[in-house]
Design a protein around this ligand. Structure first.
Ligand SMILES: CC(C)(COP(=O)(O)OP(=O)(O)OC[C@H]1O[C@@H](n2cnc3c(N)ncnc32)[C@H](O)[C@@H]1OP(=O)(O)O)[C@@H](O)C(=O)NCCC(=O)NCCS
Length: 297
């Protein structure tokens, strides 16, 4: 029997039962396994994939995180973890999976993704435009000459009763409700902290999380009203870990990027922030410093 052509293989929904297969696919492509992240994305979002015709795991996968509106008609959807197994690359599978997700599942819905240079040509063909850039930084944070906090910021661990305020601030800054993602942070992240103004009325001026990804802690989301608040949040998170930090900062936040580099973080890569059916990301970029993960916005 001739094996089915790659273009005839069915695209199916991925569930938490596919976690190991997703991590295997990451590894196949030379990425890290990132099971913790896949777990969040499959639980809070929807995975789509194609089983490999040779029976060895997945040939392709991606995940979609929906925000605001309803599941069928979200206000915004973020696509991530777009991967094709090495042995099936350059045979049209990535295009087919992305066309299905963008033009069938999410037709007419404003879309966003962070693109590597490999993915970008395909996304451009599908109608995505580059509307921003994020710089990926990684390294051991040197706190030596860093004051505990900057400006008038006070930083403390988030408490259960902070969650409604975190959700309100997040929706305002992100531009869409992501309750189903943010309410998972207390379990997903190793640290979740909030910032307030000393002497203020208790209004949150920012919040941030650090979550474990292989041997690093990723800082994201990083939401802050100004540079001093962002610096205070990063400093507090760095104090809570011995691992190298990783974060993906909007390149417009030059002051924070320079400050992070001065403290030992190195530039690893630039990703394009791409959008479709929307001129740019909604919300307030001035208070949005780093995404939860580039795979989910
Ligand atoms: C990017 C990726 C998903 C594309 O999947 P694919 O099945 O290999 O791609 P397709 O065969 O459908 O090709 C679609 C287009 O993508 C582009 N493309 C794919 N692989 C490429 C490569 N190695 N270099 C440059 N462009 C490439 C081309 O424009 C291609 O069109 P063409 O073949 O007509 O020139 C796949 O290469 C991959 O998994 N890469 C590693 C992970 C990654 O970077 N993912 C993107 C995250 S944003």
């Amino acid at each position: 029997m001739t094996p089915p052509h790659l273009n005839d293989l069915p695209i199916r929904a991925l569930t938490m039962d596919d976690l190991r297969l997703c991590a295997d696919l990451s590894e196949d492509r030379g990425w890290l396994r990132e099971e913790h992240k896949w777990g969040l994305l499959l639980a809070a979002g929807s995975g789509y994939g194609v089983d490999a015709p040779d029976g060895k795991g997945l040939a392709a996968a991606c995940v979609v995180s929906r925000y605001g509106g309803t599941h069928a008609e979200p206000e915004l959807a973020a696509i991530g973890m777009v991967l094709v197994a090495d042995r099936y690359a350059r045979q049209g599978l990535g295009r087919r999976l992305m066309t299905y997700v963008c033009d069938d599942v999410l037709k007419g819905i404003p879309l966003t993704l962070h693109a590597t240079p490999y993915g970008r040509p395909l996304y451009e063909e599908l109608g995505f435009e580059t509307t921003g850039r994020a710089e990926m930084l990684r390294g051991d944070f040197q706190a030596a000459d860093t004051p505990g906090t900057y400006g008038t910021t006070r930083v403390r661990p988030a408490r259960a009763e902070d969650l409604p305020r975190i959700l309100r601030l997040d929706a305002e800054v992100f531009g869409s409700d992501r309750t189903h993602m943010i309410t998972r942070l207390p379990a997903f992240a190793d640290q979740l902290i909030v910032a307030e103004d000393r002497g203020g009325d208790g209004t949150l001026t920012g919040y941030a999380a650090a979550w474990p990804n292989m041997d690093t802690h990723v800082i994201g989301p990083l939401i802050a009203q100004d540079t001093a608040t962002a610096q205070s949040l990063v400093t507090a998170l760095a104090q809570g870990t011995d691992r190298p930090l990783r974060t993906d900062v909007d390149v417009r936040h030059e002051e924070l990027l320079a400050w992070l580099k001065d403290r030992g973080l190195d530039s690893v890569a630039f990703n394009a922030v791409m959008t479709r059916d929307i001129p740019g990301l909604p919300g307030d970029w001035t208070r949005r410093w780093a995404p939860l993960t580039v795979a989910a916005g």
